[in-house]
Design a protein around this ligand. Structure first.
Ligand code: BTN
Length: 274
């Protein structure tokens, strides 16, 4: 914490502020803070190809071409959010890597909750919600290693809407997306959030094999018991979300009676129309 800082100063993302707060051993030890970039995931991927070390983190104040899941874009206005990508290269098995996104969702939910004292929910598979609207998305991308069943690297990309999005997004997007400030009235420090996020992520990734985080993922899930719609082979199917499986998959009882766990794609909650 910096003494005598104005609210405006403490809301800035800076290398020094993040480093002052950071208590990790690996994640963010090598830290790159940028004013502007197309996508921090693209930047991190380039660094990973150039052999950047495990834990290297890239943070930007603004993304001109932020990317989301399923080929969507992620609106990343200047001065409002955290756009963070972390390179993981630790010989993680493919099976553990499949859990990374849900593990990161728990870490991000805990970090936000620690700073703003609010109850953050997870909408399967990787969206964080506050007050019924999305405040954070996660895009994990990986490159296969030369040894079968291993990964060369994984990029975990997190986008958190921290300050008010009013005037930054259109009215359609406002129905489904929001920010921590818009939902809680609190203006938390983005640099501090970045540091806490890296700490929580490191803590959960260290023990990912134990799958301990799954309990917290299940507890925070906002989809269980809801009617959901999924797209499969170009068709919409409706069912009830029954539970989160131990591999973080979503178990659905479909309207035709079939019960199955899905591990990829998207489940829209019918009630909310989102
Ligand atoms: C989603 O909601 O579909 C995932 C959004 C992920 C956005 C983050 S912001 C940092 C990183 N860089 C990107 O281009 N995307 C991820």
């Amino acid at each position: 914490m910096h003494i005598n800082e104005t609210d405006e100063q403490s809301s800035l993302i800076s290398y020094e502020r993040i480093k002052n707060e950071l208590e990790t051993d690996v994640l963010g030890r090598k830290l790159i803070v940028l004013d502007e970039i197309d996508s921090t995931n693209n930047y991190a991927k380039q660094l990973a190809r150039e052999n950047a070390e495990n834990g290297t983190a890239v943070v930007a104040d603004y993304q001109t071409a932020g990317r989301g899941r399923l080929g969507r874009s992620f609106i990343s206005p200047k001065g409002t959010g955290i756009y963070l990508s972390v390179i993981i290269r630790n010989n993680m098995s493919v099976s553990s890597a499949q859990l990374i996104t849900s593990c990161a969702a728990v870490a991000a939910a805990e970090a936000i909750e620690e700073l703003c004292g609010c109850d953050v929910k997870i909408k399967w598979v990787n969206d964080l919600f506050l007050g019924g609207r999305k405040i954070c998305g996660i895009l994990t991308e990986s490159s296969l290693g030369t040894v079968a069943g291993t990964l060369e690297y994984v990029i975990i990309g997190l986008g958190v809407n921290v300050y008010s999005l009013k005037g930054h997004i259109d009215s359609e997007l406002e129905k489904i997306a929001s920010s921590i400030e818009d939902e809680t009235g609190k203006r938390i420090s983005r640099s501090r959030l970045c540091a806490v996020l890296l700490e929580k992520l490191e803590m959960h990734l260290e023990k990912i094999e134990s799958r301990e985080f799954i309990k917290e993922y299940q507890r925070r899930s906002m989809i269980i018991g809801e009617t959901v719609i999924i797209e499969e082979k170009g068709k919409s199917r409706t069912g009830k979300a029954v539970s989160i499986a131990d591999d973080a998959g979503l178990t659905i009882k479909f309207d035709d009676g079939e019960i199955r766990t899905i591990n990829s794609g998207e489940a829209r909650i019918f009630r909310n129309q989102n």
